[in-house]
Design a protein around this ligand. Structure first.
Ligand code: ZN
Length: 247
């Protein structure tokens, strides 16, 4: 299982970068996790989006799904060539405007999913957990049978965060806030929370995501505690295997 970071900013992109979007590939499966602003271009540079096995959205905030809108144009233009619809998995959120556009498109098959669901998509098995965010939000634990990757999407603390991330080879964790900016009612974890989670769950490698362009990531430096050796900040366009030995 290989991870490619298509974008990792939020809630808006830094210059030349993109908001949340990740590509997971195996020999026979290609799954995108979220499709935020700027990620469709990054994705298309690597694989044809209509060739994705599936797209999973953590939630319907624009910085995680806005590039689905131009993707609809691309997919619909290919329907006349016999291209199959794209399967999109996401939480039900009746108020989400982008979801309404997705529901209306003949080029997409939308699957409403919920915490507790277990999906088999190609060679990947994906367990669905609940995030804690102002809108319905999901976290995904993905395994190819050998390696496990966990993606928090957007969340603050939850009771089962450690169980969700237990023994993962790679954890993509929302760590938007510096410690001094975090509070119980905020919509995200802090970078320190992400590092503590990685330590408590025995995670082999942590990548902190959802980096706000207005917050200098150097403010996180030195605050990762015991997990410092395994934590890193993402770089858009980079690929890594879920093998923690692979840098
Ligand atoms: Zn969000």
């Amino acid at each position: 299982m290989k991870l490619t970071i298509l974008g990792m900013n939020g809630p808006f992109p830094a210059p030349g970068s993109a908001t949340s979007g990740y590509l997971l590939t195996t020999d026979d499966t290609a799954v995108a996790l979220d499709m935020g602003a700027g990620t469709l271009s990054q994705l298309t540079a690597r694989v044809a989006p209509e060739g994705l096995t599936a797209l999973l959205l953590s939630h319907w905030h624009y910085d995680h799904c806005s590039d689905v809108l131009p993707l609809i144009f691309r997919l619909e233009s290919l329907l006349s060539t016999g291209a199959a619809p794209l399967h999109v998995y996401a939480p039900a959120d009746e108020n989400a405007l982008v979801r309404k556009a997705v529901q209306a498109s003949p080029a997409i098959v939308l699957h409403d999913i919920a915490p507790g669901d277990v999906l088999t998509i190609g060679s990947l098995t994906i367990s669905v957990y609940a995030g804690r965010h102002p809108v319905p939000a999901l976290m995904y634990r993905v395994t190819d049978g050998t390696r496990t990757l966990c993606y928090t999407g957007d969340t603050n603390t939850t009771d089962d965060l450690v169980a969700f991330a237990q023994d993962a080879d790679l954890l993509l964790a929302d760590g938007l806030f510096p410690t001094a900016s975090w509070a119980e009612g905020k919509p995200h974890l802090s970078a320190a929370h992400a590092a503590q989670l990685a330590q408590d769950a025995g995670v082999k490698k942590l990548i902190i995501t959802h980096l706000n362009p207005f917050i200098d990531p150097r403010r996180f430096a030195g605050r990762h505690g015991p997990s410092a050796a395994t934590a890193c900040l993402p770089v858009s366009g980079t690929a890594t295997r879920s093998d923690p030995e692979h840098k």
